[in-house]
Design a protein around this ligand. Structure first.
Ligand SMILES: [Zn+2]
Length: 162
Protein backbone atom coordinates (compact mmCIF):
# COMPACT_ATOMS: atom_id res chain seq x y z
CA UNK A 1 0.00 0.00 0.00
CA UNK A 2 1.23 3.49 -0.74
CA UNK A 3 0.01 6.74 0.79
CA UNK A 4 -2.99 6.81 -1.56
CA UNK A 5 -4.28 3.58 -0.09
CA UNK A 6 -3.89 1.57 -3.27
CA UNK A 7 -1.51 -1.29 -3.83
CA UNK A 8 1.14 -0.88 -6.46
CA UNK A 9 -0.68 -3.33 -8.69
CA UNK A 10 -3.95 -1.43 -8.69
CA UNK A 11 -3.18 2.17 -9.46
CA UNK A 12 -3.34 1.64 -13.22
CA UNK A 13 -6.92 0.37 -13.19
CA UNK A 14 -9.30 2.71 -15.00
CA UNK A 15 -12.46 3.37 -13.00
CA UNK A 16 -15.41 2.63 -15.27
CA UNK A 17 -18.45 4.90 -15.32
CA UNK A 18 -21.39 3.62 -13.26
CA UNK A 19 -24.91 2.90 -14.60
CA UNK A 20 -26.09 6.14 -12.94
CA UNK A 21 -23.31 8.18 -14.56
CA UNK A 22 -24.16 6.86 -18.03
CA UNK A 23 -27.90 7.46 -17.53
CA UNK A 24 -27.19 11.00 -16.33
CA UNK A 25 -24.99 11.50 -19.39
CA UNK A 26 -27.91 10.50 -21.65
CA UNK A 27 -30.26 12.86 -19.84
CA UNK A 28 -27.75 15.71 -20.11
CA UNK A 29 -27.60 15.14 -23.86
CA UNK A 30 -31.40 15.10 -24.10
CA UNK A 31 -31.59 11.40 -25.02
CA UNK A 32 -34.59 9.36 -23.93
CA UNK A 33 -34.07 6.44 -21.56
CA UNK A 34 -35.78 3.56 -23.35
CA UNK A 35 -35.83 -0.09 -22.22
CA UNK A 36 -33.61 -0.96 -25.22
CA UNK A 37 -31.08 1.70 -24.29
CA UNK A 38 -31.13 0.54 -20.66
CA UNK A 39 -30.42 -3.04 -21.77
CA UNK A 40 -27.44 -1.81 -23.78
CA UNK A 41 -26.22 0.38 -20.90
CA UNK A 42 -26.41 -2.60 -18.53
CA UNK A 43 -24.21 -4.63 -20.87
CA UNK A 44 -21.75 -1.75 -21.07
CA UNK A 45 -21.63 -1.56 -17.28
CA UNK A 46 -21.29 -5.33 -16.80
CA UNK A 47 -19.10 -6.29 -19.76
CA UNK A 48 -17.66 -2.98 -20.91
CA UNK A 49 -14.16 -3.90 -19.75
CA UNK A 50 -14.06 -6.36 -22.66
CA UNK A 51 -14.33 -3.45 -25.11
CA UNK A 52 -17.12 -5.44 -26.76
CA UNK A 53 -18.18 -5.54 -30.41
CA UNK A 54 -21.67 -4.47 -31.50
CA UNK A 55 -22.71 -8.09 -32.09
CA UNK A 56 -21.55 -9.11 -28.60
CA UNK A 57 -23.43 -6.18 -27.05
CA UNK A 58 -26.53 -7.20 -29.03
CA UNK A 59 -26.33 -10.85 -27.90
CA UNK A 60 -25.97 -9.85 -24.25
CA UNK A 61 -28.54 -7.04 -24.31
CA UNK A 62 -31.11 -9.33 -25.96
CA UNK A 63 -31.05 -11.46 -22.81
CA UNK A 64 -32.37 -8.42 -20.95
CA UNK A 65 -34.77 -7.16 -23.61
CA UNK A 66 -35.65 -9.86 -26.12
CA UNK A 67 -37.25 -7.39 -28.53
CA UNK A 68 -33.95 -5.64 -29.14
CA UNK A 69 -32.89 -5.98 -32.78
CA UNK A 70 -29.37 -5.88 -34.16
CA UNK A 71 -30.19 -2.77 -36.19
CA UNK A 72 -31.47 -0.93 -33.09
CA UNK A 73 -28.29 -1.98 -31.29
CA UNK A 74 -26.14 -0.57 -34.11
CA UNK A 75 -28.20 2.63 -34.26
CA UNK A 76 -27.98 3.09 -30.49
CA UNK A 77 -24.24 2.47 -30.36
CA UNK A 78 -23.70 4.91 -33.22
CA UNK A 79 -25.82 7.52 -31.50
CA UNK A 80 -23.96 7.00 -28.21
CA UNK A 81 -20.64 7.37 -30.05
CA UNK A 82 -21.75 10.54 -31.80
CA UNK A 83 -22.84 12.04 -28.48
CA UNK A 84 -19.59 11.15 -26.74
CA UNK A 85 -21.17 8.61 -24.38
CA UNK A 86 -19.13 5.84 -25.97
CA UNK A 87 -16.21 5.67 -28.25
CA UNK A 88 -16.02 3.47 -31.31
CA UNK A 89 -12.60 1.99 -31.88
CA UNK A 90 -11.98 1.03 -35.48
CA UNK A 91 -9.26 -1.42 -36.47
CA UNK A 92 -7.82 -2.71 -39.72
CA UNK A 93 -7.80 -6.35 -38.79
CA UNK A 94 -10.66 -6.77 -36.37
CA UNK A 95 -14.27 -5.78 -35.83
CA UNK A 96 -15.04 -2.35 -34.33
CA UNK A 97 -15.03 -2.31 -30.56
CA UNK A 98 -16.73 -0.02 -28.09
CA UNK A 99 -14.98 1.89 -25.34
CA UNK A 100 -17.01 3.03 -22.33
CA UNK A 101 -14.25 4.76 -20.37
CA UNK A 102 -14.12 8.49 -21.11
CA UNK A 103 -11.01 8.94 -18.99
CA UNK A 104 -7.76 9.18 -20.97
CA UNK A 105 -5.98 5.82 -20.86
CA UNK A 106 -3.86 3.44 -22.89
CA UNK A 107 -5.53 0.47 -24.58
CA UNK A 108 -3.29 -2.59 -24.49
CA UNK A 109 -4.40 -4.64 -27.48
CA UNK A 110 -3.54 -8.33 -27.77
CA UNK A 111 -2.85 -9.23 -31.38
CA UNK A 112 -3.49 -12.91 -30.72
CA UNK A 113 -6.81 -13.04 -28.82
CA UNK A 114 -8.05 -9.49 -29.39
CA UNK A 115 -8.33 -8.69 -25.70
CA UNK A 116 -8.14 -4.99 -24.87
CA UNK A 117 -6.93 -3.98 -21.43
CA UNK A 118 -7.27 -0.46 -20.04
CA UNK A 119 -4.22 1.11 -18.46
CA UNK A 120 -4.58 4.37 -16.61
CA UNK A 121 -2.07 7.04 -17.48
CA UNK A 122 0.24 8.14 -14.69
CA UNK A 123 -0.67 11.52 -13.22
CA UNK A 124 2.67 12.84 -14.47
CA UNK A 125 1.40 12.55 -18.02
CA UNK A 126 -0.61 15.66 -18.67
CA UNK A 127 -2.24 16.38 -22.01
CA UNK A 128 -2.61 20.09 -21.15
CA UNK A 129 1.12 20.28 -20.68
CA UNK A 130 1.66 18.84 -24.16
CA UNK A 131 -0.69 21.48 -25.56
CA UNK A 132 0.95 24.29 -23.57
CA UNK A 133 4.46 23.30 -24.57
CA UNK A 134 3.68 23.07 -28.27
CA UNK A 135 0.79 25.45 -28.86
CA UNK A 136 -0.95 22.45 -30.42
CA UNK A 137 -4.72 22.33 -30.03
CA UNK A 138 -5.53 18.71 -29.17
CA UNK A 139 -8.97 17.65 -30.39
CA UNK A 140 -8.69 13.90 -30.10
CA UNK A 141 -6.29 11.16 -29.11
CA UNK A 142 -6.05 7.43 -29.17
CA UNK A 143 -3.37 5.71 -27.13
CA UNK A 144 -2.69 2.10 -28.04
CA UNK A 145 -0.01 -0.45 -27.37
CA UNK A 146 -0.06 -3.62 -29.46
CA UNK A 147 1.37 -6.93 -28.37
CA UNK A 148 0.41 -10.09 -26.50
CA UNK A 149 -1.54 -10.41 -23.27
CA UNK A 150 -0.23 -12.47 -20.35
CA UNK A 151 -2.37 -15.53 -21.06
CA UNK A 152 -1.45 -15.59 -24.76
CA UNK A 153 2.25 -15.47 -23.86
CA UNK A 154 1.61 -18.30 -21.40
CA UNK A 155 -0.25 -20.37 -24.04
CA UNK A 156 2.48 -19.77 -26.57
CA UNK A 157 5.14 -20.95 -24.12
CA UNK A 158 3.12 -24.08 -23.44
CA UNK A 159 2.46 -24.73 -27.08
CA UNK A 160 -1.29 -24.13 -27.00
CA UNK A 161 -2.87 -22.75 -30.13
CA UNK A 162 -6.20 -21.07 -30.55
ZN1 LIG B 1 -10.03 1.24 -23.13
Amino acid sequence: MNCYGVTKLEWFRVMPPTRETIIQHLKDKGLKITPQRLAIIDVLVEKGDLHPTASFIHEEAKKKDNKLSLSTTYATLNEFSRRGILRMLQFDRMENRFERNPEEHINLICERCGKIIDYKLPAAFNQNEVADNTGFLITDSRLEYYGYCGSCIHDKRHGRHS
